[in-house]
Structures are given as C-alpha cells and as structure tokens.
Design a protein around this ligand. Sequence first.
Ligand code: PGA
Length: 251
Amino acid sequence: MRDFVVAGNWKMYKNPQQTKAFVDEFLGLLERDLQKKILLFPSTLCLQTCREALSGSYIQFGAQNCHFEAEGAFTGETSPRTLHEFGASYVLIGHSERRAIFGETDELLSKKVKSAQEFDLTPILCIGETLAEREAGETQTVIKRQLIKGLSLAHLEKPLILAYEPVWAIGTGKVATPAQAEEAHQFLRSVLHEIGGGKLSTHTVILYGGSVKPDNARELGLQPNIDGFLVGGASLKPTDFAAIAKVSKSN
Ligand code: PGA
C-alpha cells in the first residue's frame, strides 16, 4: 500500500510570524495523527520557524527548491546537504514556476533529483503539461519526456515522489477532472514501469496538484492512482488545508 501524502506549497507567501500562526492553528485543527504524511513547504526564510513550530508533531517539512551541489560558488542557492542537516526531509524539484520563470530544464532537474536523494531528502519531482500542449494532444509526450529525463540520474531504489501538476490548473481555479487526473497518473505509472519495472511503478507515490480545494479533494483522492495532493493556494489557510489533509482513500 502506498502512503497517502498531503503537501502544502506556500510559494513566496507568509513571513515567520504568519508561519508560526498557521502551524499553531493547523495543529489544533488536526487534533490527532491522521495516519498519513502531511508536509509543509514554506519559503526558505520561514523554514526555521516552521521546524520549531512543528517540533513534537508528526508533520514534516521541506524546501521548495535546492541546488544540486553540496557547496560551492553558487550565489543565492540553497545546499541540499545543509537542508538535510537542518532537518528538512523533502524538497520540491521542478515546480512549473521554476521551469517557466527560472528556466529550469529537465537536464538540470535530473541532477537535483539525484543530489537530493544522495543527501537523504525525498525529491518531489513536479511534471505537467501547459494548456497549449494539452490542446495540441501532446500531454502524454510532454509528461513522459519530463519523467524520463527527470529520473535519468535518479537512484530508483531510494525514496522518490512525483507530482502531476497540469500547468493550466495551477493557481487558476481550473482543476483537472478526476478522470483527466487519473488518466495522467495511470499513464505515468506505465512510464515508471518502463523506467524501473513493476516495483517502481506500484510503489511510487504520485500526487495531484492544481487548484486542489476542500470541495474537490475528496473525489480526486478516491481515484486509484492518486496518492495525495500538492496544494498551493488552499494550503495557505489552516482550515482549508486541514480539510484537505483529512481526505483519505476510504472517505
Ligand atoms: P494551486 O497550486 O493549488 O494554487 O493551484 C498548486 C501548486 O503550484 O503546487
């Protein structure tokens, strides 16, 4: 059985005070261990506050990006080794905003995936097609390329998570239908099978991301190949994120 994972990507929102306020309220709303992985991805300067506020809870945190080298002359970058030493457990790799705004390529991302794994961070590799690509019938070609290239240097025996995030659904309020998301997830599993065989295909957690909200999460989460969510906007409000965190395969 695969884990069910609910991850909140805060992007460049919230300062340390807001981070502390969020975590305090959110922990109160959860009340008990929901028996799933709940992850927070605050911006870099809020990681410390997040770690302190979460201490003693079962919720884990990670960074939204990292470099592929442990150290070096890379002004403005964050080391995966330092993230690990700091206590982060996960890192988002290749979010569509990193690809589109910061020009991150599949080749670069493959190095980040490998390096994150080598520093015991679980990479969450994000992939997804644009609206133009979907309308041109290229969804499968694009996400297959992103997946194969993104994992080209990966340690397939080490932990790894994928997030299918159609770019047209991110921050737009246009969520993929459960059928559209399930079709893409099923397809990604078939590509994982080609890459690493049955074990990789059946064990890899694949999250859906793109306008996940409390009112659409349940139906998405019931799809057999959707193992949780990567949530942007709705993860900024403790009540909304707690409602999404409570969704599981059986309800
Ligand atoms: P959204 O963002 O939930 O606001 O659409 C998702 C993401 O960017 O990971």
